[in-house]
Design a protein around this ligand. Sequence first.
Ligand code: URA
Length: 207
Amino acid sequence: MQKSLFDEPDKQFRSLDELMAAMMQMNDDPLADAGTNVVICRGNPQAKLMIVGEAPGPQENIQGKPFVGKSGQLLDQILQAVKFDTEKDVFISNSVFRMPPGDGGKNFRKPTNEEIDYYRPYLLEIIRLVDPKIMLLTGNVATQSLLGLTGITRLRGQWHELNGRKIMPIFHPSYLLRNQSRQPGSPKSLMWQDIQEVRRVYDLLVG
Ligand code: URA
């Protein structure tokens, strides 16, 4: 595996800014040769609700922020539907910090297990520094990275506890974009159920 800032045992950063500055200089990571940009986070680092996605896509690679393309717009709408302010109440990051370059005619692909493993200590350090009370893992990659589990259809909507944080896997918004039905039991209707449960627990824990 490539060299990492976390090869040094017990490596910790003093602030998110310091970590982000170091990440912006990364050149040994598995996607460095792809030449895509380092994309780390958006939202409020003081927020108590953190959302973890998969990896930047083409729009995120251009703008340098996670979830700013079509699936990001849907994510914002879902959060706003239960009155979260996406600038103030939410902090958003990813499991992998560069866009994996495309193959087979697409301009990006899913991250590999090696890529997910490599970037995990960076994600864990972001989480430690931001210290959210509640985390939502969108889709299989984030759920694999942080809970070591896959099977989002079965796992979505269930709370897990990790280091005192409440963690819920939810569908990835890009999956909802591909499944537009609102029938009972459809991905969109299940997401609506899940986000209302998130709002309920947020009100209890954060107020
Ligand atoms: N999908 C993700 O998982 N993350 C992004 O930042 C954009 C799209």
